[in-house]
Structures are given as structure tokens and as C-alpha cells.
Design a protein around this ligand. Structure first.
Ligand code: AMP
Ligand code: ZN
Length: 454
């Protein structure tokens, strides 16, 4: 089976061919750690995880690198407001970031490089860009990339609707989406400001340079996949390409893959619009983090997804239903047990959907078909577990497990069974309602009643 991905470079769905199969290198733009991340960010991080898991299911050996942006204007500002050091601030929020992603069953990156641990490498990298005439130094000690010197500038994002302003510069980490400008590689700072010494005086690196340096450091000058949210296409990834290809003289990345946004009331969920929720917010309202993971599976990653509490409620319910469906199913005999027909074709269809540009809504639909398939449950279990290797819903915690019910409920259930045996269906129905009030739905099967948690 082949894996296909929509490549932003060609704007087409392409067959994925890694440079050195079965190895695959992925670099993902990680969080800026100055606050809790929100569900919008998490939609992108879940997408990265699905991409990684789908590659693994296709027998690729993935090296997954995701950076931590621990130096940036917002970090410095927030640390000053809180009267703590930037290190203290970023350490704390890196910890929370890792907690949040763990709760969502997002696999830990193979490498999680921090920008502040690569300053020396960034300085060397900028020196080479200066030597090659692709960058220039200003009187204040800042260094800029000269986009007019890089002929391929704009190949990722297209510059049709943007004004190319060479010679005008942007120093801030907040970039305009409308202008293509020379951008800071190194930003000069005052002697009492937070920064590092460099050949150009005290300063700190620009945001874009960190990703070129760290991705190439861990994956080589040219690597397979670079991913991020679509807001990163321009200018961040465009600038990364300019830096990296300018530096090495070789192609930077073969596949750029970008995830669409999570919206609220039709607008991008973001800190600046103050329309965001964190994982803590949804937990406070009684939802599980994994319900949010399930919700993101219901939309294709290249489609916008509008967040509402109703949709999260529906996702939690759908997840609960799956769990109750598989609870008590017998576990596969061995992990390698090969499913036989008719179950085998469901795995095939599932993997095909996931491998065709990560069509997760389709893949989840195939899983639901398998759940409903009228065949002994033991033969379906192994396939459900395999599907969950990609979906990451922790279904192994429910398969083969019995539902723990209180003595009260058990008593009512026994009385109801007696009533049913005596053909007293009125009494049985009354008890069904009582049991429901205690939080359980009864499903009467030929093998006996099965309880499902509501
Ligand atoms: P940041 O910490 O702002 O650099 O963002 C980390 C990741 O989250 C990046 O890949 C962004 O593109 C992504 N992101 C930010 N906002 C959203 C959103 N509303 N929906 C999906 N992804 C987002
Ligand atoms: Zn980045």
C-alpha cells in the first residue's frame, strides 16, 4: 500500500517517498512556552501524532523532532510581568505542555530540542549566511536575511497577494501576513536586556532561524517531512526554506504538510482573539481530554473544524459508546494473531483511508462498521487494537475488561432477570428505568443482559 500526502509545495496529493526508506525524518514546529497551550494548538499536535502513527503503521521508522520555542518576544514580556526569569517561565510551561500532550495520548518526540540550547549553532549558521551574501548587518548589531538574494523566495506560499518589500525590515516576532520583508536572523538588544553575546554584539535569535538550525541539526540538510499549522506557511516556513536552502545550497524539505485551524464561532481559536479554551477548561466541564482527540478525528485535517461544546459532548458520547461496545470482548490470543476474513478487509480499508492523506473521518467510519459487524467479538479485538495504534484512544483499557458495578445495581439486575424469566415484562421494564437512573443501560442479548455505562 502506498501512503499519500498533500504537499503544500506542489499543492497536490503526492505519493510519499522517503529519502532513505524505511527511515523517515519529520520536523514539527512545537509550542512557544509562555502560557498554557489551547485546543487550537492541540488540534495541530494531535495531527502531527496521527501523521507519525500512520507512517509507523505503514512500516516506516520515524524520527520525530519537535522543538520547544523557549526564546521569543512574548516569553520575555511575560517573564518580566511575572517578575521571574524566562528560564523559570519556559520550564514551567514546557512541563504543562508535556502533561497536556500525554493526556491526549500524543507520543513523545524522539528529540525535543530547545532553542536556547542551540544559540551557538545559530550564530555559526548566521555567520555562513553573511559570508554567502544572503544576509546583512545593520549598525545597531541586528542581522537580517535579504530576501531579494534568495531567488526561490515565495515558492511555498506564493507571493501573488503580497507586496515584496526588499530592503524594509521586520524585527519583531509578530509578523505581518501581507508583506514579504527582510526578516531578523539576530536581533540586537540593549546591554541590560535578555540576550547572548555574538560577533555582532548582544542580542537574541529571530524566531525562524531556530527551526532551520534545529531541524537540520537532527535530520540533516535535506529531510522528508516538515509540518505545522497553516498559519506557519507564511512567513515562518517560507523563511525557514530561504535560510536553510541559502545555507546548504540544497533542497530543505521534500514534503510540507499543514494542518487547518480549529475555529470558534468561525474565527481561528487564538490567544490574541481571547476565544480559546485549554485542556483544563474542558476537564472542568467534565470532559475527558480524549474526547477532544476523538472530536478532531471527525474532521479531515485540511478542513476547518468549528469547536462547540455540543460537538465535544457528542464526541465524548461517541467515545463512551465505543468503550461500552467493546467492554468484555475477548482479547486476541496473541498480539500477532492475524485476523481472518471478514474482519481482515476492515483493517485493509481502515489503513487505506488513513494512508490516503490521513482521511481519519473515513477511517473512524470503518472502525464503526467493524464494531457493528455480526461476527464473534474475539475475532474483531485484534483489529480494533491495531486501529487504535493509529487513533490513539486507549481502547486497550476497555477491551476484555469487565464493567465494575455496585451491589445495588447487581441486585436490581438479578431481580429483573427473574421477572423476565417469569414473563413479567412490566416489572422488567420498571427495573430497566431504575437501573438507568443509576447510570447504566441494559442491552438484552441472547447470551444474557449486558450493561453499558451511560
Ligand atoms: P504556537 O505556539 O503559536 O507557535 O503554535 C503551535 C502550533 O499550533 C503551530 O503549529 C500553530 O500553527 C498551531 N495553531 C495555533 N492556533 C491554531 C488553531 N486555532 N488551530 C490549529 N492549530 C493552531
Ligand atoms: Zn518552526
Amino acid at each position: 500500500m502506498s501512503l499519500r500526502l498533500f504537499n503544500t509545495l506542489s499543492r497536490k496529493i503526492e505519493e510519499f517517498k522517503p529519502l532513505n526508506p524505511p527511515k523517515v525524518g519529520i520536523y514539527a514546529c512545537g509550542p512557544t512556552v509562555y502560557d498554557f497551550i489551547h485546543l487550537g494548538n492541540l488540534r495541530s499536535f494531535i495531527f502531527y501524532d496521527l501523521l507519525r502513527r500512520t507512517l509507523t503503521a505503514n512500516n516506516f521508522e520515524v524520527q520525530f523532532v519537535e522543538n520547544i520555542t523557549d526564546i521569543e518576544d512574548k516569553i520575555i514580556k511575560r517573564a518580566l510581568e511575572k517578575d521571574i526569569t524566562p528560564e523559570e517561565l519556559t520550564k514551567e510551561y514546557t512541563k504543562y505542555f508535556n502533561q497536556d500532550t500525554n493526556q491526549l495520548n500524543i507520543l513523545t518526540p524522539n528529540v525535543q530540542p530547545k532553542a536556547t540550547e542551540h544559540i551557538g549553532k545559530m550564530i555559526k549558521y548566521i555567520e555562513k549566511l553573511l559570508e554567502k551574501g544572503l544576509a546583512y548587518q545593520e549598525k545597531d548589531g541586528s542581522v537580517y536575511f535579504d530576501i531579494s538574494k534568495f531567488l526561490n523566495y515565495g515558492k511555498l506560499s506564493g507571493l501573488q497577494n503580497r507586496e515584496l518589500k526588499t530592503g524594509t525590515r521586520i524585527l519583531s516576532d509578530e509578523y505581518s501576513k501581507d508583506d514579504a520583508q527582510d526578516f531578523a536572523l539576530w536581533k540586537a538588544v540593549e546591554s541590560d536586556e535578555y540576550g547572548w553575546d555574538s560577533p555582532w554584539g548582544k542580542g537574541r535569535p529571530g524566531w525562524h532561524i531556530e527551526c532551520s538550525v534545529m531541524s537540520q541539526e537532527y535530520l540533516g540538510d535535506t529531510f522528508d517531512i516538515h509540518t505545522g499549522g497553516i498559519d506557519l506557511i507564511f512567513p515562518h516556513h517560507e523563511n525557514e526554506i530561504a535560510q536553510a536552502e541559502g545555507h546548504s545550497g540544497q533542497k530543505f524539505v521534500n514534503y510540507f504538510v499543514h494542518a487547518e485551524h480549529l475555529l470558534v464561532d468561525g474565527k481561528k481559536m487564538s490567544k490574541s482573539l481571547n476565544n480559546f479554551y485549554t485542556l483544563r477548561d474542558i476537564e472542568e466541564r467534565g470532559f475527558e481530554p480524549l474526547a477532544f482527540r476523538y472530536l478532531t478525528l471527525t474532521a479531515h485535517y485540511r478542513d476547518k473544524l468549528n469547536f462547540t461544546w455540543e460537538s465535544l459532548e457528542a464526541a465524548q458520547q461517541a467515545l463512551n459508546n465505543i468503550r461500552e461496545e467493546i467492554r468484555g470482548w475477548e482479547l486476541p490470543v496473541g498480539p500477532e494473531e492475524r485476523p481472518k476474513e471478514p474482519v481482515a478487509q476492515f483493517w485493509q480499508k481502515f489503513l487505506e483511508a488513513a494512508s490516503y492523506d490521513l482521511n481519519m473521518p473515513q477511517a473512524v467510519a470503518v472502525m464503526h462498521q467493524l464494531l457493528r459487524l455480526d461476527t464473534p467479538t474475539a475475532s474483531k479485538s485484534a483489529t480494533i487494537l491495531k486501529m487504535d495504534q493509529i487513533l490513539g484512544l486507549n481502547l486497550d483499557q476497555y477491551l476484555g475488561k469487565t464493567l465494575e458495578i455496585s451491589d445495588d445495581v447487581q441486585k436490581l439486575l438479578t431481580i429483573r432477570e427473574k421477572a423476565r424469566n417469569n414473563q413479567d415484562f412490566k416489572e422488567a421494564d420498571k427495573l430497566r428505568v431504575e437501573i438507568k437512573k443509576l447510570g447504566y443501560e441494559i442491552e438484552d442479548n441472547p447470551t444474557g443482559p449486558k450493561l453499558k455505562k451511560l
